[in-house]
Design a binder for this molecule. Structure first.
Ligand SMILES: [Fe+2]
Ligand SMILES: [Fe+2]
Length: 143
């Protein structure tokens, strides 16, 4: 979570984003586990609901807090970060699709769609972490 005084630094953004990414990966795994053939439909819906809430909070922080703060300091990164922000809408659309599949009882298709979403999301995380690592190295050399 961001500090309460509203301050922001490259180190704290990288630490927070990486911690969130690892948590989101765990939640993706929990959703996949919940699609076990003998699993309860309610458990799958609950796991998906938790993942969605965590993803929406994460996207909101990146969209409105972290990335605008970075591109204010580093305008050269704005295009790349804006592309990552724009991708968030597609992830939300995919979550809608997943919920619709589950709502129709299509657990197998929902599992496949989750695996695919998880894989695309992992690439998204890696792209973000590569930008943040660059930022950190630059802060380090400036010290
Ligand atoms: Fe993101
Ligand atoms: Fe992220």
């Amino acid at each position: 979570m961001p500090p309460e005084d509203g301050s922001i630094s490259g180190d704290s953004v990288e630490r927070d984003v990486l911690a969130e990414h690892r948590r989101l990966e765990t939640l993706f795994e929990e959703v996949l586990d919940s699609f076990h053939p003998e699993g309860e439909p309610d458990a799958a819906r609950a796991a998906l609901k938790e993942l969605r809430a965590a993803l929406e909070t994460h996207f909101d922080q990146e969209d409105r807090l972290y990335y605008p703060a970075i591109w204010a300091l580093r305008p050269d990164l704005k295009t790349e970060l804006k592309g990552l922000v724009d991708a968030h809408d597609e992830f939300v659309a995919q979550l809608d699709h997943l919920e619709a599949l589950l709502g129709r009882g299509k657990r197998g298709e929902a599992r496949q769609a989750t695996e695919s979403l998880s894989s695309v999301f992992k690439s998204h995380e890696e792209a973000e972490e590569a930008v943040l690592a660059t930022l950190d190295r630059e802060f380090d050399t400036a010290r």
